[in-house]
Design a protein around this ligand. Structure first.
Ligand code: IFM
Length: 457
C-alpha cells in the first residue's frame, strides 16, 4: 500500500507522499508531422481521409505540432510541476511498414523527447499503443490477424532495446476496449469495421499481443514497472426496461471485462467466453495472463446503455437521464461513479492503481484579457480528485493521477471541435495558453508532497 503521510491542499484534499502527478497525451492526437522524416501511414490517416468520418473533415496531419514543439511542451510541464508524463510512441513513425525496416529518424524523435523529459526531472511513461496501427499491417488484416500479436511483440522489442536504458514505466495498450469495440464493432473509430467475428478475433489478438509484449519487456528491461491502461465505466441501463438491463450487462462484459479479466484473472467474462472460444488455441489464456505491476485506469463517466440491434454487440450508448449534468461532449458528470470505480477495480484486481486519464471536454474561449477561464473544468477536476481521495481513504490503493490532457488536441471523431486540454492551443498559430485549470492543477501539485524523480536508470 502507498504510504499514508499526507499533505493538505488548499482544497483540503491530500495525497500520500510519493504520489505521482502527471499529464497524458497520445501520438496521433498531438504530434502532427504525419508525413515527415519517414513516418508511415497509420489507420487513422486513412480513416481521417474518408469523407464524413471526422467532424469538419479534421485530421491529425498537423495537430499540435508537438513533433517540432516538444521542448516548449516540456516547458509547460515544468511550469505545471508534474513529475511524470505519459505519451505514446507512434508505431508507424518507428516502423513505417509496421515491421521490417526501422526508421531511425522516428526513433531519434523519441530519444530527444525522452532525454529532454529526464533533463527536466519528469519521468517518461511510455505507452506502446494508442490506436495508430500502421496501415501496412491493417492491409494484412491488422488486429483481426493472429500474427498481429507477433508483430506487436517485435515492435515492443525494438522499443525496449532503444529506450529501456532510460524509460522504466511501460504500458502496453491504451483503452483496448475502446479501439477494439469502436473500431471493429460499434463503429466510430478506425479502421471503421463493423463485424462480429472480426471484433471477437480482435479482442483475443489484442489480449495475446498484451501478454507477448509483457514477456518481451520483462526480458528486455527487467527492472521496469509494467502495466496496461483500461477505461472502466460503470454500465447503467438507460431505462427501466428489462431489455436495457440485459444490454447493460452485455455491454459491461465487452467494455469493462473483455480485456482486464483474461489479462489479470485468466478468464473471459462468462457472457463472452463461448463467443471467443472458436478463436482460442491451447495455452492462450496463460499467454495472455502475465503478471503486471499496476492497473492503469482511465475514467471520465459512467455509461448509459440501451438494447440496440444495429451492431454486433446488441447493445449501444443510450441517453443520459435529463437530471444528470453533462459536459460539452455530452458525457455525464458523476464523480461518485469515479470513487466507486476505483474501489471496484481495487477489490477485483488487487493491483496498485494509477489514474492515467481523467478530465473533461469544455467549450473554451480566449477572453479579451487573453486568458482562458475554464471554470467548468476546474470544478470537474476538483470534484473528481476529491472523489479519488475519498476512494483512497476507503482503501483503494491509488498511486498516481494524470490529467487528460496537457494540450487541446485531435479528439478522434470530434476532430478539433472538442477541447480536453488544460492548455489552450490556438491551432492557426500553435500558440499555447495555460488555462485556469492549468493553474489550479499546478497549485494542487505544489500543495501536495512530490517525490523527486531522479532520472532514468
Ligand atoms: O482523447 C481520448 C483519449 O485518446 C483516450 N481516452 C479518452 C480521451 C477523451 O475522449
Amino acid at each position: 500500500m502507498a504510504s499514508t503521510r499526507r499533505a493538505t491542499t488548499p482544497d483540503k484534499i491530500s495525497a500520500p507522499h510519493g504520489f505521482v502527478w502527471g499529464v497524458s497525451t497520445s501520438s496521433y492526437q498531438i504530434e502532427g508531422a504525419a508525413r515527415e522524416d519517414g513516418r508511415g501511414p497509420s489507420i487513422w490517416d486513412t480513416y481521417c481521409a474518408q469523407t464524413g468520418r471526422i467532424a469538419n473533415g479534421d485530421t491529425g496531419d498537423i495537430a499540435c505540432d508537438h513533433y517540432h514543439r516538444y521542448a516548449e511542451d516540456i516547458g509547460l510541464m515544468r511550469e505545471l510541476g508534474v513529475n511524470a508524463y505519459r505519451f505514446s510512441v507512434a508505431w508507424p513513425r518507428v516502423l513505417p511498414q509496421g515491421r521490417g525496416a526501422v526508421n531511425e529518424s522516428g526513433l531519434a524523435f523519441y530519444d530527444r523527447l525522452i532525454d529532454a523529459l529526464i533533463a527536466a526531472g519528469i519521468e517518461p511513461w511510455l505507452c506502446l499503443y494508442h490506436w495508430d496501427l500502421p496501415q501496412a499491417l491493417d492491409d494484412l488484416g491488422g488486429w483481426t490477424n493472429r500474427d498481429c500479436a507477433g508483430w506487436f511483440a517485435d515492435y515492443t522489442a525494438l522499443i525496449a532495446r532503444r529506450f529501456g536504458d532510460r524509460v522504466k514505466r511501460f504500458a502496453t495498450f491504451n483503452e483496448p476496449s475502446v479501439f477494439s469495440l469502436l473500431g471493429y464493432g460499434i463503429g466510430g473509430q478506425a479502421p471503421g469495421v463493423t463485424d462480429r467475428s472480426l471484433l471477437l478475433r480482435t479482442i483475443h489478438h489484442v489480449n495475446l499481443a498484451h501478454g507477448a509484449a509483457i514477456d518481451v519487456l520483462r526480458a528486455g528491461v527487467p527492472e521496469a514497472s509494467l502495466g496496461i491502461i483500461h477505461n472502466h465505466q460503470p454500465c447503467l441501463p438507460a431505462s427501466d426496461a428489462p431489455q436495457d438491463a440485459a444490454a447493460a450487462r452485455k455491454f459491461d462484459a465487452y467494455w469493462n471485462g473483455a480485456f482486464p479479466d483474461p489479462q489479470l484473472l485468466a478468464h473471459y467474462p462468462p457472457l463472452l467466453a463461448d463467443f471467443i472460444a472458436p478463436y482460442e488455441q491451447g495455452g492462450d489464456l496463460a499467454r495472455i495472463c502475465r503478471p503486471i505491476d499496476w492497473f492503469g485506469l482511465n475514467h471520465y463517466s459512467p455509461l448509459y446503455v440501451q438494447a440496440f440491434d444495429g451492431n454486433p454487440l446488441g447493445a449501444g450508448f443510450g441517453p443520459v437521464p435529463p437530471e444528470v449534468p453533462r459536459t460539452s461532449i455530452g458525457w455525464p458528470v458523476q464523480p461518485d461513479a469515479f470513487r466507486d470505480t476505483l474501489l471496484a477495480i481495487h477489490e477485483r484486481y488487487r493491483l496498485p492503481i494509477y489514474v492515467l486519464e481523467n478530465g473533461t471536454a469544455n467549450v473554451d474561449e480566449v477572453g479579451e484579457n487573453g486568458k482562458v477561464i475554464d471554470q467548468p473544468r476546474v470544478d470537474f477536476l476538483k470534484a473528481y480528485t476529491t472523489a479519488m481521495f475519498d476512494a483512497m481513504r476507503a482503501g483503494a490503493d491509488v498511486r498516481g493521477y494524470f490529467v487528460w490532457s496537457l494540450l487541446d488536441n485531435f479528439e478522434w471523431g470530434s476532430g478539433y471541435s472538442q477541447r480536453f486540454g488544460i492548455t489552450y492551443v490556438d491551432y492557426p498559430t500553435q500558440r499555447r495558453i495555460p488555462k485556469a485549470s492549468f493553474h489550479w492543477y499546478a497549485q494542487l501539485i505544489k500543495a501536495t508532497a512530490l517525490s523527486a524523480y531522479s532520472g532514468g536508470g
